[in-house]
Design a protein around this ligand. Structure first.
Ligand SMILES: N[C@@H](CCC(=O)N[C@@H](CS)C(=O)NCC(=O)O)C(=O)O
Length: 109
């Protein structure tokens, strides 16, 4: 699993999108390979030449990160969608197992 991020995965007070995506994956038990993808979307592509940013653009046709590539090769872009994906796919749960995991989680509160 790979997570393309801007430059860090810290969560800021306003909810840094890359940090939110990273921490949601960690909370779900995943340990993504973090690929730092420096870049600025306001700049033309010729200035966004880091390997990660170019790969993220190639995968999504968008200049923004975070972008998740799951172990199965599914591409999920936008931090909110990555957070939702993480909640629906806890680590260790196979296909169709998320309902069970959710039940276990809510049972533990
Ligand atoms: N709606 C997007 C916003 C993503 C976003 O703003 N990402 C920042 C990095 S945290 C970005 O790609 N910035 C590049 C830029 O502004 O050039 C999301 O939540 O995923």
């Amino acid at each position: 699993m790979k997570l393309y991020v801007c430059w860090n995965v810290k969560r800021g007070p306003l909810g840094h999108p890359c940090g939110n995506a990273y921490h949601a994956l960690r909370q779900a038990g995943h340990d993504p390979e973090v690929i730092k993808s420096y870049g600025l979307r306001i700049l033309p592509d010729r200035f966004n030449r880091t390997e990660g940013r170019r790969e993220a653009k190639r995968l999504t046709n968008s200049k923004t990160v975070p972008v998740l590539v799951t172990g199965e090769g599914e591409i999920v872009s936008d931090s909110k969608r990555i957070v939702a994906w993480a909640r629906e796919h806890p680590a260790g749960a196979g296909p169709g197992a998320s309902a069970t995991a959710e039940t276990q989680l809510s049972d533990s509160f």
